[in-house]
Design a protein around this ligand. Structure first.
Ligand code: NAD
Ligand code: UDP
Ligand code: UDP
Length: 325
C-alpha cells in the first residue's frame, strides 16, 4: 500500500484520480483549498478508511510523509484561472516548488499535471511533445500558460539538480462528470445550456477546434505514467484524445444527444483563444501503451446524465427542504 498525495484532489480530475487510487488499494491524502473544487466531489470517499482530506493551499509549505505526489492543484478553466491571475501564477510556481521540495525531502515521485496550453496557439498541428509552442507571455491566458511552463521547468531542474523523480504529463481538453457547473468550459456550458433549452453560446464562428478526452481514459493514462520507473520515461508526454472537432460540431452533437430545442448563438471570441488543438499521442501509445477508448458521443452521454441529475436535484431542492421542515 502506497501513501499518495493528490493536490487539487477535490477538483474534477483530482476526485476521479483519488477514487481510482483508492480502488487500487492505496492510501490517499487529498489536499485542496476548495478554490474551484468542492466537498461534494469527494463526499462519497470520506467514509473510506484509507482516505484523508487536508484543507491547505499549496502556495504554503507543508510537511507530510508520502511515497508519491500527483500535483494537480490549479484552476483549469479560463474563467477561473483569469479571475485572479496573480494567484494562478503563485499556485503554479510556488505551489509546484513546495511540492517538489516535499518530494525531494521524502524521496517521493512527483507527477506534474501540465497542459496543452504550453503549446499556446500552435503553429504545428497536431502537437508533438518536441514542439516548443507559440505562447503570448503578456496576454490574459499567460498566467496559466506561462505558469504551467515554469512549473515544467521547475520539475526538470529538480530532476537534474536534485534527482527528484518527476513525471510530466500535458493534458488536453478533458471532460466528464464533476466538471464544475459554473466554470465556463465549453463541454459543461453547452450541456447545461442544452438541458435548460437556452441558446448554446459559441465564441467566434465556432471553427476553432479541440480534441476531447473522457476523464476515465485520462485517469488511466495518468496512473500509467506514474507507474513508469524513472529510467524508463519522465516525459513530458501528451495525454488526450486525438479525434478533433470544431466547436460548432460539438454544439450540434450536444443538441442532438440531449434532444434540446436550443438554438446556437455566436458571441465574441476571447483574446488569444487557440485556433486549433489536437495531441500527437505517438509517445503515449508507444511508451505507456495507452490510448483513449471512449468516443465523444459515449462520454458526452455519461456527462449529460450527470448534469441532468444534478440540475434535477437543484430544481427540486427547495420543495424537498420545505417538505422536510
Ligand atoms: P479543477 O478546477 O476542477 O481542479 C483543480 C483543483 O485544484 C480544485 O479542486 C481546486 O480547488 C484546487 N486548487 C486550486 N488552487 C489551489 C491551491 N492554491 N491550493 C490547493 N488546491 C488548489 O480543474 P481540473 O480540470 O480538475 O484540472 C486539474 C489539473 O489538470 C489542473 O492542474 C489543470 O491545470 C490540469 N489540466 C486540466 C485540463 C482539463 O481539460 N480538465 C486540461 C489541461 C490541464
Ligand atoms: N517544502 C515543503 N515541504 C517539505 C519540504 C520543502 O513545503 O517537506 C517547501 C520549502 O518550504 C520550500 C520549497 O518546498 O519553500 C522548496 O524546498 P527546497 O528544500 O527545495 O528548497 P529551499 O527550502 O532550500 O529553498
Ligand atoms: N467556448 C465556446 N463557448 C463556450 C465556452 C467555450 O465557444 O460557452 C470555446 C472557447 O472559446 C474555446 C473552446 O470553446 O475556443 C474551448 O474552451 P474551454 O474554455 O473549454 O477550454 P480551452 O481549450 O479554451 O482552455
Amino acid at each position: 500500500m502506497k501513501r499518495i498525495l493528490v493536490t487539487g484532489g477535490a477538483g474534477f480530475i483530482g476526485s476521479h484520480l483519488c477514487e481510482s487510487l483508492l480502488a487500487h488499494g492505496n492510501e490517499v491524502l487529498c489536499l485542496d483549498n476548495f478554490y474551484t473544487g468542492s466537498k461534494a466531489n469527494i463526499r462519497h470517499l470520506m467514509a473510506h478508511e484509507a482516505f484523508e482530506l487536508i484543507r491547505h493551499d499549496v502556495i504554503e509549505p507543508i510537511i507530510l510523509e508520502v511515497d508519491e505526489i500527483y500535483n494537480l492543484a490549479c484552476p483549469a478553466s479560463p474563467v477561473h484561472y483569469q479571475y485572479n491571475p496573480v494567484k494562478t501564477v503563485k499556485t503554479n510556481v510556488m505551489g509546484t516548488l513546495n511540492m517538489l521540495g516535499l518530494a525531494k525531502r521524502v524521496k517521493a515521485s512527483l507527477l506534474q499535471a501540465s497542459t496543452s496550453e504550453v503549446y499556446g496557439d500552435p503553429q504545428i498541428h497536431p502537437q508533438p511533445e518536441e514542439y516548443w509552442g507559440h505562447v503570448n507571455p503578456v496576454g490574459i491566458r499567460s498566467c496559466y500558460d506561462e505558469g504551467k511552463r515554469l512549473a515544467e521547468t521547475l520539475c526538470m531542474d529538480y530532476f537534474r539538480q536534485n534527482h527528484v523523480e518527476v513525471k510530466i504529463i500535458r493534458i488536453f481538453n478533458t471532460y466528464g462528470p464533476r466538471m464544475a457547473e459554473n466554470d465556463g468550459r465549453v463541454v459543461s456550458n453547452f450541456i447545461i445550456q442544452a438541458l435548460m433549452n437556452r441558446p448554446l453560446t459559441i465564441y467566434g464562428e465556432g471553427l476553432q477546434t479541440r480534441s476531447f478526452c473522457y476523464v476515465d481514459d485520462l485517469v488511466n493514462g495518468i496512473q500509467r505514467m506514474m507507474n513508469m520507473t524513472q529510467a524508463e520515461f519522465i516525459g513530458p508526454v501528451n495525454l488526450g484524445n486525438p479525434t478533433e472537432f470544431t466547436i460548432r460540431e460539438l454544439a450540434e452533437l450536444v443538441i442532438q444527444l440531449t434532444g434540446s430545442s436550443s438554438e446556437i448563438i455566436c458571441l465574441p471570441l476571447p483574446a488569444d483563444d487557440p485556433r486549433q488543438r489536437r495531441p500527437d499521442i505517438t509517445q503515449a501509445r508507444d511508451v505507456l501503451h495507452w490510448h483513449p477508448k471512449i468516443a465523444l458521443e459515449e462520454g458526452l452521454l455519461k456527462t449529460i446524465a450527470y448534469f441532468e441529475s444534478k440540475l434535477m436535484r437543484q430544481r427540486y431542492k427547495p420543495a424537498l427542504s420545505a417538505a422536510r421542515s
